[in-house]
Design a protein. Structure first.
Length: 249
């Protein structure tokens, strides 16, 4: 049965009450709300929303996505989990640059049951703290304890490597030689290009490169930097309705 997914998780609203009333009016005008999705600045109707029927994904998502914002980006998480699943048929490890609280990584790890594949590693990088001198914006839970909290999230998965440090320096210290999935979510154009400079050539044929911010107008500087960088290597990013960007190596 086709399901629906609605969350009051939209950004950039001048009048939240008016927006959500309009959304309710739009949903009420449909013959059926089955197949409708409204969250994360995305409103669609008549879709299969297959990830909602994926029991393995939903079990991982419901276990680890706890806050409103985490639950609001379900379609983005489903895309990342799909890409991680694709990686498991390839040679190489999995990487996320900008893991923040580690929620997306943990969902993907559970989805592919990475604990049952000790020969595969998932590297999760972040600085985990923030100050006013940093070129990117802060996140609500940045702070002195976040690194340890993220490491604790993966205490049962010794093949998940959580690394703290600036990109590209931390990548030069430790990063896999072969990469089957690369997820970049650094909220900063220079850092994302620096990550590509180190890691892109290590991606194996068929590996997925997923940008979290590529299609968002507020992060347009990243798109403007990544488009020519990838074009010079013969690649073009597919902008997804979720705001993500997708490249197949």
């Amino acid at each position: 049965m086709t399901q629906h997914y609605h969350r009051t998780m939209f950004f950039g609203l001048k009048d939240q009450n008016a927006f959500y009333q309009g959304l309710r009016t739009a949903l009420g005008s449909l013959n059926t709300t089955a197949g409708s999705f409204a969250s994360d600045n995305l409103f669609t109707v008549g879709r299969n929303l297959s990830f909602l029927s994926d029991a393995r994904f939903m079990a991982a998502f419901n276990t680890h996505a706890q806050t409103d914002s985490e639950r609001g980006i379900i379609w983005r998480n489903a895309t990342a989990a799909w890409a991680a699943n694709n990686a498991m048929r390839l040679e190489g490890d999995l990487v996320e640059c900008g893991c923040y609280k580690g929620v997306t990584v943990r969902i993907a790890c559970d989805y592919v049951d990475i604990g049952a594949h000790p020969e595969r590693k998932f590297y999760a990088y972040d600085i985990f703290e923030h100050n006013a001198l940093m070129p990117h914006h802060s996140m609500p839970e940045h702070g002195a304890t976040l690194f340890d909290e993220v490491k604790a999230r993966f205490a049962d998965l010794p093949n998940v490597i959580v690394k703290k440090g600036w990109i590209p320096d931390v990548l030069l210290e430790e990063a896999p030689e072969k990469i089957a999935f690369l997820h970049i979510d650094l909220n900063n154009a220079e850092a994302e290009i620096a990550a590509l400079e180190v890691l892109f050539d290590r991606m194996v044929p068929g590996a997925i490169l997923l940008f979290d911010d590529y299609g968002w107008a507020g992060y347009r500087r990243q798109k403007q930097a990544e488009d020519p960088w990838l074009a010079a290597r013969g690649y073009k990013v597919m902008e997804l309705p979720t705001g993500q960007g997708l490249v197949v190596k």
